[in-house]
Design a protein around this ligand. Structure first.
Ligand code: UD1
Length: 425
């Protein structure tokens, strides 16, 4: 099993280009099911999770060609299967994003029910409730969701929680439904807006994405798309933290500063200097980090996907910070690992009290989920000595070429497999 070794203490400097957003790419790839025409998608990040969707779509009879440079061509004309098997869904919960499109296009879907996950129970009851409102008949049998519908019918759906993939699943089902669908309390994340743009370009009639109220008027068929995936705001935030934590100076290019407003605001509160351009941000770390409180919340609030990374910065602040996690009930798995590196953190229910320490020290730690693994890399960059991170496969799910990008900024980071060096620094 691969491990990453980070030798800390280097100030990171230079520029880095942000890759396409994982969470935008996944629903957009699923949306190709909605048409029989070919689509061309650009800026697709090379990630494990994207590979999982490719396997899933290929299993459905869809042809995918990688043209190089992050461009792919998808030909869904051979769609002949409606099953998302357990083996794929268990490695990536977002596989359930094919449920809405399969139902809309084929009138049936058999999708493995995702189980719990390291960060929380993560049910998909709201996806299913929404699809039932659109007229789908849904049965849970032998660990699978068996869904059927002749033609879905537009409906008014009010989500109890503004679920991101739930909103996306319902949007994709509703675009081919008969009549108007209204989604109230919809998720406003940029990835939802991006999916709406894609669906619009395919011929869907859809408005309100980015607000809590989305309106969709169903059409009978959709055409192929030609789209470039938006930059990853969580990767952007992670590199901003890398600059702040190492007191470095990094220009982060090909990003959308507006998507990270809340991260920028909190970092400025912490004393980090940030300059913004149209598609870049430049982050300069300062010697003293002020403690700030963080509360995760749906967009445009502070993203739960940046909570672990921000906790590392707060571990090195000059005071006491309270970090409240409001989205997932078990998203503090990284705390035990950060404590092994010398962080002073106490968890009480949904809050973590972080008392800043002057420095962290390298240790052997274990990644527990995708964003936790990024937080351990950040902690390693700031720590004295070597940090060895195991179960690093988590990071490959969501960060493209993380060691290469960090190495170019001056980091001492390398990947090993059973003692053998895979990529040097
Ligand atoms: C998406 C993101 C993930 C991010 C999360 C929150 C993708 C592929 N993943 O995940 O990176 O951390 O948004 O910003 O885009 N819930 C229910 N019932 C449901 C659905 C959700 O109770 O049917 C709950 C969840 O358990 C959680 C909350 O709603 O507590 C928000 O989850 P949700 O927005 O659905 O997260 P995902 O879409 O899975």
């Amino acid at each position: 099993m691969e491990e990453i070794i980070v030798t800390g203490g280097v100030r990171l400097e230079g520029s880095v280009k942000i890759s396409g957003a994982k969470n935008a790419a996944l629903p957009i790839l699923a949306a190709t099911i909605l048409t029989s025409e070919e689509s061309r998608i650009r800026n697709v990040p090379k990630l494990e999770d994207v590979g999982t969707v490719y396997r899933l779509l290929k299993g459905l009879g869809i042809r995918i060609e990688e043209n190089g440079n992050g461009e792919i061509t998808i030909d869904p004309s051979g769609l002949n299967n409606s099953e998302a098997p357990y083996d794929l869904v268990k490695t990536m919960r977002a596989s359930c994003l094919v449920l809405g499109p399969l139902l809309a296009r084929l009138g049936k879907a058999r999708v493995s029910l995702p189980g719990g996950c390291a960060i929380g129970a993560r049910p998909i009851d709201l996806h299913l409730k929404g699809l039932k409102s659109l007229g789908a008949e849904i049965k849970l049998e032998e660990g699978y969701i068996n869904a059927r519908a002749r033609r879905l019918k537009g409906a008014s759906i009010c989500l109890d929680i503004p679920t991101v993939t739930g909103t996306e699943n319902i949007m994709m089902a509703a675009v081919l439904a008969d009549g108007e669908t209204i989604i109230e309390n919809a998720a406003c994340e940029p990835e939802v807006v991006s999916l709406s743009e894609v669906l619009h370009s395919m011929g869907a009639s859809i408005s309100g994405a980015g607000t809590r109220l989305i309106k969709i008027r169903g059409v009978t068929e959709l055409k192929g798309m030609n789209y470039s995936i938006i930059p990853d705001r969580i990767e952007t935030g992670t590199f901003m933290l890398a600059a702040a934590i190492t007191r470095g100076d990094i220009k982060i290019e090909d990003c959308i500063p507006e998507h990270i407003d809340h991260i920028t605001a909190r970092l400025r509160d912490a004393g980090v200097s940030i300059e913004e351009g149209e598609d870049w941000v430049r982050v300069k770390g300062s010697p003293g980090i002020r403690a700030v409180d963080i509360r995760t919340s749906p967009y445009p609030g502070f993203p739960t996907d940046m909570q672990a990374q921000m906790m590392v910065l707060m571990s090195l602040s000059d005071g006491l910070s309270v970090i409240m996690e409001t989205i997932f009930e078990n998203r503090f798995m990284h705390v035990a690992e950060l404590k092994r590196m010398g962080a002073n953190i106490t968890v009480d229910g949904h809050s973590a009290v972080v008392r800043g320490v002057p420095s962290l020290s390298g240790a052997q730690v274990m990644a527990t989920d995708l964003r936790a693994s990024a937080s351990l890399v950040l902690a390693g960059l700031a720590a004295k000595g070597d940090t060895t991170i195991s179960r690093i496969y988590h990071i490959d799910r969501g960060y493209e070429c993380i060691e290469k990008k960090l190495t170019r900024l001056g980091a001492k980071i390398r990947r090993i497999k059973g003692g053998e060096l895979l990529r040097g620094s």
